[in-house]
Design a protein around this ligand. Structure first.
Ligand code: PLP
Length: 391
């Protein structure tokens, strides 16, 4: 089945610099030098990003004959593109309104298409019915690829000696920088296959990235643009920083122009060493609790049926929200919130499919920040902004 991604709807440059960011910033105090991670992280493969981890898993688990994969219809292109690049035959299975998998529908697609691989996604840090789907799929001759891009905490179960045998999948991936304040970072659990050797960055690039994490080039840029404005008496660009992200771009010869997000170089590249270090030295339990509390606080206060409603209102014991998914009645409110400086995200470029929910969620399902560094003032600002919308 040919995959046709829809075009983006909004452009980030239309909006002001956010005052409430989607992901946390790095603070030295978040890293505890004597912290001993309870997880056996030495068994994880640290990749540049989640899509790189998906590409490595897709390559290692590829069959010699046909490779037919089922992927949920609600996704971002970064999840699908590695399989396009690897030549898989892709089919999308629908998701229900609460993003659970329709078991009967998945079963009938399994019978009809005989897939070799199935991807399950733990959207936004919530379980949905993924555990149940994995248990069901284990009775089928398919490779199960678990996408924990938003669910670092569930991903870590694979490396937790107390939980490890609970969830049996062929591979699991996560995206570290969705949860922790790192510049890059994906990670891969691939228990029965070699992942290959990944290319480490040079120490010069490592230092550059670490300086970026500390905000040094951004502060210098700000300072330079301020002095320039003073010298030339121009005020237009004061305070805007150039995106100096050191994420490594593929060289022109390496680039695959048919792909929007994934690039072949992603499957060959290790994460920065300090990303791995930050994961090991972060206080995971504290972060987990803070995110859960923030979610509960936002849920208890956001109340405006004119704007929409949250997709979930409670947490199970393992849920750790990446964001608060919220369904808008009218997608104009996406712009209202972004214009107010709240960095909400949504997946606009979902591939065309027959799944009505996915096609609708592309414009209407927004991701409200609820990361562990949000202050009460920031959360109150989000709440007040949503609650004060009148039409
Ligand atoms: C569900 C899901 N899977 C995989 C990815 C890819 O992760 P990364 O951005 O780290 O490459 C994303 C990224 O947005 C995602 O949302």
């Amino acid at each position: 089945m040919a995959v046709n991604f829809l075009p983006p709807i909004a452009n980030a440059s239309q909006f002001p610099q956010p005052s409430v960011s989607a992901t946390p910033d790095f603070h030295l105090k978040d890293v505890v030098l004597f912290n001993r991670s309870p997880y056996h992280l030495e068994n994880a493969v640290f990749t540049r990003n989640g899509r790189g981890a998906i590409g490595i898993a897709g390559k290692a688990l590829k069959k010699t004959a046909d490779n037919i994969i089922l992927i949920p219809a609600y996704h971002c292109p970064a999840l699908v593109e590695p399989f396009i690049w690897l030549g898989y035959q892709i089919h999308f299975y629908p998701v229900m309104e609460n993003l659970q998998v329709d078991k009967a529908m998945l079963n009938s697609m399994l019978d009809e298409l005989n897939p070799t691989h199935v991807v399950v996604v733990r959207y936004f840090g919530f379980n949905q019915n993924v555990d149940e789907m994995i248990a069901m799929l284990r009775g089928r001759p398919v490779e199960i690829i678990e996408d924990c891009a938003h669910s670092l905490f569930r991903f870590l179960h694979h490396f937790d000696p107390k939980m490890a045998s609970d969830i049996e999948v062929s591979a699991s991936i996560c995206s570290i920088n969705k949860i922790l304040p790192t510049v890059d970072g994906g990670a891969l659990y691939l228990p029965n296959k070699p992942a290959g050797t990944l290319q480490q960055t040079s120490w010069a690039d490592e230092l550059k990235a670490f300086a970026y994490l500390l905000g040094i080039p951004q502060a210098l840029d700000k300072f330079r643009s301020r002095s320039k404005a003073v010298n030339s008496d121009q005020t237009a660009n004061i305070g805007t920083t150039k995106d100096a992200s050191p994420s490594i771009k593929p060289s022109i010869e390496q680039e695959d122009k048919a792909l929007r997000y994934f690039q072949p170089v992603d499957v060959e590249s290790a994460s920065y060493r300090h990303t791995h270090y930050i994961l090991g030295k972060s206080q995971i339990e504290t972060i987990r609790e803070k995110r859960r509390k923030n979610f509960e606080y936002l849920i208890s206060k956001i109340d405006n049926p004119v704007v929409g409603h949250p997709l979930y209102t409670s947490l199970d014991q393992f849920d750790v929200p990446y964001v608060l998914p919220f369904l808008l009645n009218d997608d104009k409110h996406f712009f209202t919130l972004r214009k107010n400086g709240i960095q909400i995200l949504r997946w606009e470029e979902t591939a065309v499919s027959e799944c009505k929910n996915s096609m609708h969620y592309r414009s209407h399902l927004i991701q409200i920040p609820c990361h562990h560094q949000l202050t009460k003032e920031q959360m109150d600002f989000v709440i007040d902004t949503i609650n004060s919308i009148q039409s």
